[in-house]
Design a binder for this molecule. Structure first.
Ligand SMILES: [Zn+2]
Length: 157
């Protein structure tokens, strides 16, 4: 499922990319009309806090997910109750630009990432759009922990 977060949901968009979802983020420059147009063209589900935008999307037969909170964890709950995470796609996308990351061998990244990072990791990924390297690092455990917490919360309800 492809997603499109509105202008107010930038942090949520980054999290959805971390979780592996193909997520576009509407920047401040675009109007609601343009956003609806993009969602329609690219077959993206609109995620929004704007009730009016959700209603307009539904009228156009677009799929929509309404969130009604500014709290990130709550937002993730509300979205992940509707779409489910596949752990094998976690950290498969660039958080900055949504591009699917390519794997890189350890030997090929020597000198290109901080020495400590190189020494402590065996797996590396690369975004060909941003020229940015990724590795699991300490945040990976935190992300997995957060996913487990969310899943627990959702099944409780
Ligand atoms: Zn990128």
């Amino acid at each position: 499922m492809k997603l499109l977060c509105d202008q107010m949901l930038g942090t949520l968009a980054i999290w959805l990319r971390i979780l592996g979802f193909d997520t576009s983020y509407a920047n401040d420059m675009i109007t609601d009309d343009e956003l609806l147009h993009i969602a329609n063209n690219e077959k993206r589900t609109i995620i929004s806090r704007d009730k009016e935008l959700i209603i307009r999307g539904k009228k156009k037969n677009l799929t929509t997910i309404e969130v009604n909170t500014t709290d990130l964890d709550e937002q993730l709950h509300q979205v992940l109750r509707i779409i489910s995470i596949d752990k094998k796609f976690v950290l498969s996308r660039c958080t900055l630009c949504n591009t699917i990351l390519e794997t890189r061998t350890k030997s090929s990244v020597e000198g290109k990432v901080p020495k400590k990072v190189f020494e402590n990791n065996d797996k590396f990924w690369f975004c060909t759009t941003c020229n940015k390297y990724y590795w699991k690092g300490s945040h990976y455990e935190k992300i997995m922990h957060k996913i487990d917490e969310i899943k627990k919360e959702i099944t409780k309800q």
